[in-house]
Ligand binder design. Structure first.
Ligand SMILES: [Zn+2]
Length: 381
């Protein structure tokens, strides 16, 4: 869901991105504010005034969410877990930590930084609305934005892992027991319970006639449940791959394609012959890119005779490559983030193997079936 997002701008070296779904939700919020909420609480204003107030509120909400995530990100950087991007998406924002926090105190501070920022914004905006130089419509909008920030802080503080409150809760168990994995298990079970509770409240709301509000709670509950389960699953995977490196999983006898081959020869002598759908491309023995079935779709069949593989392939880039001694879980994360099904394993400029996602997952499936609770015994990942 997060992969389909667009870059907005960069701040403190962190990329701020937006998911198109957020724009849809923002438009819905603006509409309900201009048509229902504002005319109800601030009656007697012109329709255009309500729309202007709604637009400012939605823009202010986006800025507030970015500030909340930025607070997480800046504190995370201080604790050695830099953040490369922040994405605005359906239920708010996500700051993607490049590495997990290393200490419970780090995790605790990172988790609470966001809600703290939202509380500060709520107080600031509320104070702003009382300044006499501020026009009354702006003051009303600021007061409403203050309320939204307060809701953002309180909602995120609920101990529903992986929400902020849940992360703080995990940090406390981690600090007390010294076992991060056990803390993750408890936090994720609590998170799943909260997800159910939210969904139950949603159904109750629908039964009592609040259809839209109820639907929201069901959606949020489902999301929290899935995210809480996902976090524990991720921990199990990382534990199962602990201490293993890429060279233990890679395929070494790799079928490669010369760069100056025509696409026609590539199709006849490689695609049809070997039965793989992607091949590394070599020039003078050095890897220069990958080519596969997907590349051929954009080229007309009659051009296959003249067009060379190296003109059509995806050139080598860091997200396509790994090295033999890289930890397997880092390579797995790289494949998931980059949505790659294979990585070229390169050692001193030479192709030494290919890491295939399916091989890694097959290995994992076997380990997780044989050692279901291995994650609890390992003390940290
Ligand atoms: Zn947060």
């Amino acid at each position: 869901m997060l992969s389909h997002s667009f870059r907005l701008f960069q701040l403190f070296g962190i990329e701020i991105r937006i998911n198109p779904g957020w724009a849809v939700i923002a438009a819905l919020i603006a509409w309900s504010l201009a048509q229902g909420v504002f005319p109800d609480i601030y009656s007697g204003l012109a329709t255009t005034t309500y729309w202007v107030m709604a637009a400012i509120t939605v823009f202010g909400l986006a800025v507030s969410i970015i500030a909340h995530e930025l607070a997480h990100a800046l504190v995370a950087a201080r604790f050695g877990s830099p953040v490369s991007s922040i994405t605005l998406f359906m239920f708010g924002g996500v700051a993607a930590l490049d590495k997990e926090p290393k200490s419970p105190i780090g995790e605790f501070m990172i988790a609470l930084a966001g809600p703290a920022m939202s509380l500060i914004l709520a107080c600031g905006l509320y104070a702003l609305s009382f300044l006499t130089i501020v026009p009354s419509t702006i003051a009303d909008t600021a007061r409403y934005l203050a309320l939204l920030n307060l809701v953002l802080a309180i909602f995120n503080l609920m101990p529903a892992f992986p929400m902020d409150g849940g992360r703080a809760f995990r940090a406390i168990i981690w600090g007390v027991t010294g076992n991060k994995n056990r803390a993750t298990l408890y936090a994720s079970q609590t998170g799943k319970l909260f997800g159910l509770l939210f969904m139950g409240l949603g159904f109750l709301a629908i039964l009592t006639g609040n259809f839209i509000g109820g639907l929201w709670w069901i959606l949020i509950g489902g999301f929290v449940r899935a995210a809480a389960a996902g976090e524990y699953e991720r921990l199990r995977i990382m534990t199962a791959l602990k201490g293993q490196t890429v060279n233990q999983f890679m395929t070494v006898n790799v079928d490669t394609v010369p760069g100056d081959l025509s696409l026609r020869d590539f199709v006849d002598n490689y695609l049809y012959t070997y039965g793989h759908d992607v091949f590394p491309v070599l020039r003078d023995g050095q890897p220069i890119g990958i080519i596969g079935l997907a590349h051929l779709k954009s080229i007309k069949q009659k051009d296959w005779i003249v067009q060379q593989v190296q003109k059509t392939m995806t050139p080598l880039s860091p997200d396509l490559c790994t090295s033999p001694l890289v930890p397997a879980h880092d390579a797995l994360r790289q494949m998931i983030i980059g949505q790659r099904t294979r990585l070229l394993v390169i050692d001193k400029g030479h192709l030494v193997g290919v890491l295939v996602l399916k091989d890694l997952l097959d290995h994992l499936a076997i380990r997780l079936a044989l050692e279901p609770d291995a994650a609890l015994e390992a003390r940290s990942v």
